[in-house]
Design a protein around this ligand. Sequence first.
Ligand SMILES: *Cc1c(COP(=O)(O)O)cnc(C)c1O
Length: 235
Amino acid sequence: MSSIIDSLKRVQQQIVQTAVQCERNPDSIQLLAVSKTKPVNAVIEAADAGQRAFGENYGQEGVEKIRAVRSLRPDLKLEWHFIGPVQSNKTRPIAENFDWVHAVDRERIAKRLSDQRPEGMKPINICLQVNISGEASKSGVAPEEVLSLAKAVSEYPNVKLRGLMAIPEPEMDPVKQHEPFKAMKALFNLLKENGFGVDTLSMGMSADMVPAIQEGATIVRIGTAIFGVRDYANR
Ligand SMILES: *Cc1c(COP(=O)(O)O)cnc(C)c1O
């Protein structure tokens, strides 16, 4: 077995095991394989092992990969998630090629994605990125502004608000790792209480997948633990 298939199986098992331990249905947690910087054949290898959803961070790289996979393997029905920061002048290729965008943090991005979504395609699924660790430099909407942003983006016909996403500050202390995920779950519940039909809490990466699942993640975004370390130190 290749190392990608091995690693994929190991991550899947860890999701099931964690879910069972905290009395959640393992099927309520979707594994998003983060393939940024990784080659087309790595995606195809994971897809042939049953992986369906893939995450990309960079617009051009992502679009090229989507096209290459489609032309090499038109039989594969994959779901593509854009998980990187979205610049408002670079929304069009995302709106035209992706099924999901995880890091919407202002109304303008939602408006552009909606305007640029091609006719005949389903509305693009979006999550609002929340700046849950509260650092000044990080992207994401402030927790106290989540409700008003949710209201604003819900006005646009070609985007569908699915839920919330966060990238908490790296935290080594296993107890403290839970805090931002708990806070995200509370915000997610707040949206539901306010009548938003949300079903997605996108949180947890290779280093903090377990506490994220324990606190209610419905999508975990896993790169390194499936595909190995990335080639670029800053990616
Ligand atoms: C790169 C990335 C991931 C995957 O991170 P790993 O630590 O490699 O699992 C998840 N989410 C986002 C937003 C990323 O940029």
